[in-house]
Design a binder for this molecule. Sequence first.
Ligand SMILES: Cc1ncc(COP(=O)(O)O)c(C=O)c1O
Length: 388
Amino acid sequence: MTQSEYIPIRSKLPQVGTTIFTIMSALANECGAINLSQGFPDFESPPELIDLVATYMRKGFNQYAPMAGVPALREQIAAKIERLYGLPVLPDTEITITAGGTQAIYTAITALVQEGDEVLVLEPCYDCYVPAIRLCGGIPVHIPLQLPQYSVPWDLVKKMLSSRTRMIILNSPHNPTGAVLTPADMHELQHLVSGTDILILSDEVYEHIIFDGNTHESVLKYPDLWQRSIAVFSFGKTFHNTGWKVGYAVAPAFLTAEMRKAHQFIVFSVNTPVQYALAEYLKNPDNYLALPAFYEQKRNYFLALLQGSRFTFSPAAGSYFQLLHYDAISDERDTDFAIRLTKEAGVAAIPVSVFYNQPEQVNSRVLRFCFAKQNATLEQAAEKLLKI
Ligand SMILES: Cc1ncc(COP(=O)(O)O)c(C=O)c1O
């Protein structure tokens, strides 16, 4: 026994263990299963972008970047935001480059949520929100999205607001459900927070992965929301390089100033050559404007392959996740079914209940499949799923 095993630690996150993503990926490896569980592409980032990173490394851009991010990248991001959402943001004071969306989210919460503050979280939700709230002494208030479409129950949200509500966290396109917020949702939200001190943390990492002619409803499109929002983005999702961990936070200057106080001591600055490469690559808008069509084709291909299977589904409206319902196959709990699917059928997916605060109380029979995969991977997975 080492000395540290005798030192009592009171965990700040007693409920947190190994994430289901790690568990399912390990199980997928062990069983040689097709891994549609973790949300990352199994195809390459564009070679042109990789070459740009190598070029900037060779040119000697290898030391610390400025704390808020490389100015050229922040300028390109501002141009992109103005083009897409019609908002003129100030690169110097309103954009911060972060180590992925995760660090932007953690930094926003840690800088702006005080002990005892309530933060509204719509569930199922991405798994990094609640631990970040808890670590800074905030109180997560869980509100279930409304089935079958996983829409926001605005009446319930209104009921759950209190004098202690500091922040509402939104995510569109949504992980794990693929649902997207509509203009009507944004108007409801605007109405709800008007005249309050509530901040919005808007996780928009899948902004370019939206289908069927819908447009992404960013908080940056709504001036009344923008004044109180931190919007979070991720290049990893947009340019197929989740391992590079580069993203950004966009917020009005008074919020950005507070966030940067924390940012400089959490990470200080982010990968320099990658930032220069991204600045160059963003000059061509086609590099991100092509993304909805690219992923819509993948979604359609995956769903076409599943025709005739016993799984049922509504096509995902956005993100690179597709929910498949297995009510017609089994009445097992989703965690049990996901493990059996990996072991016996050879396909790994994520049970949706794990995205809830109390998974054991969720009795929907739904799994999340990631379709950011080569067509050959999707074909192999579908072939196995059709046999069930
Ligand atoms: C909804 C959502 N937000 C944030 C992130 C984190 O993004 P990043 O990998 O850039 O940290 C993810 C990644 O899966 C996500 O799905």
